[in-house]
Design a protein around this ligand. Structure first.
Ligand SMILES: Nc1ncnc2c1ncn2[C@@H]1O[C@H](COP(=O)(O)OP(=O)(O)OP(=O)(O)O)[C@@H](O)[C@H]1O
Ligand SMILES: [Mg+2]
Length: 493
């Protein structure tokens, strides 16, 4: 019999009002990619935080190589060879890429005192593992979330470890970067390293994992070899039922609601396109292609851009996000941690935060009304929380995303721009969000989606614009779109 590398034994963890994990137990072998799947709030990240020494379990223990271990803090877990890429970005924004990568190691006297030239050289090498070619001196905060994500991955891969934990490493990166990541994972696996892989992108799980363990409401449901299970079966284990997908029903008209002409900035060149009433228009491209930058410019967040914007045939100038809202454009950012969500405010306050007028009378917020509306969104989007008074920062990653989405649904703009609509969201809620987006177009709204998830793009879009290196490469109609032709143009071919 093979002795497992790690035995997770009877682990339970409680938070106020929530049983995040209850008697979870399973084994992880060396050289195995072990996926953990489950709906938002199932307890995946909590388990990872226990393995990483950030939380102590209330019950149960961990055995590594036959020896019982207790991690009182994060460093003790690192010392045992556990390396983690967290779901939420953890890089320090106002220092350089190199300093971020070496921040933990400087303490350990890796260099004695810091030799910058050597540190930069090493950083270059570490980044090249994931095909990133950026100056190690770049300040992290100036890079896009997707590039930051790849840096986190490179950082985790750069330390010698025995267990590598990746908590939704691909939530913001595209197929091309995912392929690079998978190559590295296969290499590590061949060296006998154990890998825990958490993802809501089930196709990826089937592609990279050897085994998959399912958690539901903090409970262990089961472990399967991926060659013994299909995606449908996995979904049933996670959700307890099959998920129905709506038939595609196009709603777009020939009426142009938004027209962009000759948009230019240092990040993109000559971007022109139009959006039709009732349309779902997607933007695709690799990390760094300039998709997000175009829309930040449109919303007035990039003052240095130039170009013309017309709404319903009338030229307008948009100064900032609230000006955009007044002119009928809503913008759900990809960066929920920095721009989208108030972590120390309640779920309810977050949901109504961009539409206070709707819940106010005579300048006062009507608490009852706000509560009623927030409750409605909690139900339709299945936001997992004991109550809507809970702080947004205490919800699981996917549930935080649902709050951001609810907030913009409530604003009810005629044009809604959504950057990564289902980032970190589980399969059943994804299906629900697609239904809601379709329903919006039925009501005459027009939607722009920027998604790094290709199956998602193919499922919801009427047209797809592909960008490469700051330029529009092509526009593909739904019926002609495939993963292959999108990737072809996205790679600049
Ligand atoms: N620090 C905390 N304080 C209070 N409750 C918490 C805390 N961290 C997690 N929880 C709760 O524990 C439960 C499990 O959360 P966890 O983050 O482990 O879910 P998850 O499976 O990672 O979900 P997701 O797919 O959305 O990331 C959730 O109900 C969450 O609200
Ligand atoms: Mg999580």
């Amino acid at each position: 019999m093979i002795t497992p590398y790690m035995k997770i034994s009877n682990i339970s963890k409680f938070f106020p009002g929530v049983r995040a994990l209850s008697n979870v137990e399973f084994d992880i072998l060396k050289g195995e990619v072990h996926a953990i799947c489950g709906e938002n709030g199932a307890g995946k990240s909590t388990l990872i935080n226990i393995l990483a020494g950030n939380y102590m379990p209330d019950k149960g223990h961990i055995v590594i190589d036959g020896e019982k271990v207790v991690f009182k803090n994060h460093l003790q877990s690192i010392e045992k060879g556990i390396s983690v890429v967290y779901q939420e970005r953890s890089l320090v924004p106002n220092i350089s890429v190199a300093e971020n990568i070496f921040v933990d190691r400087q303490d350990r006297g890796f260099f004695g005192f810091i030799q910058y030239s050597k540190m930069y050289e090493n950083t270059k090498r570490i980044l090249s593992q994931v095909n990133l070619d950026i100056d190690p001196r770049t300040i992290v905060g100036s890079l896009s979330p997707a590039i930051q994500q790849m840096i986190e991955v490179a950082k985790a891969l750069s330390v010698k470890c025995e267990l590598l934990i990746l908590d939704e490493p691909t939530a913001t990166i595209t197929k091309k970067e995912t392929d690079i990541l998978f190559e590295v994972i296969r290499k590590l696996k061949a060296q006998g390293i154990a890998i825990i892989y958490i993802s809501h992108r089930l196709q990826e799980v089937m592609e990279i994992a050897d085994k998959v363990t399912v958690l539901k409401d903090g409970k262990y449901i089961g472990t399967r070899r991926v060659d013994e299970i299909e995606i449908d079966g996995l979904v049933r284990m996670m959700v307890g039922r099959n998920i129905s997908v709506d038939e595609y029903s196009p709603q777009f008209t020939d009426e142009v609601v938004l027209e962009i002409r000759n948009f230019n900035s240092s990040r993109f060149k000559n971007v022109s396109f139009e959006l039709y009433k009732g349309e779902i228009l997607s933007f695709c491209g690799l990390v760094g292609a300039g998709r997000t930058e175009v829309f930040k410019a449109l919303i007035g967040l990039d003052q240095k851009s130039t170009g013309e914007v017309s709404i319903n045939g009338k030229k307008i100038i948009i100064k900032n996000v609230s000006d955009a809202i007044n002119k009928g454009i809503g913008y759900l950012t990809e960066d929920r941690k920095d721009e989208g969500l108030f972590l120390s405010m309640s779920v309810e306050k977050n949901i109504v935060s961009a539409s206070l007028a709707q819940v106010s009378s005579h300048g006062f917020v009507n608490g009852e009304k706000a509560c009623e509306i927030a409750e409605k969104y909690r139900k339709t989007l299945n936001i997992v929380t004991p109550d809507i008074g809970k702080l947004a920062g205490e919800l699981s990653g996917g549930n935080q995303q649902k709050i951001c989405f609810a907030k913009w649904l409530m604003v009810n703009s005629d044009i809604l721009i959504i950057d990564e609509p289902t980032r970190g969201v589980d399969v059943s809620t994804k299906a629900e969000i697609y239904k809601i987006i379709r329903q919006l177009t039925k009501n005459g709204k027009s939607i722009i989606v920027i998604s790094s998830d290709l199956p998602e793009t193919l499922a919801i879009s009427d047209r797809i614009i592909v960008m490469y290196n700051g330029r529009i490469q092509t526009t593909i109609n739904r019926q002609d779109a495939t993963e292959e032709n999108i990737m072809h143009y996205a790679s600049g071919l």
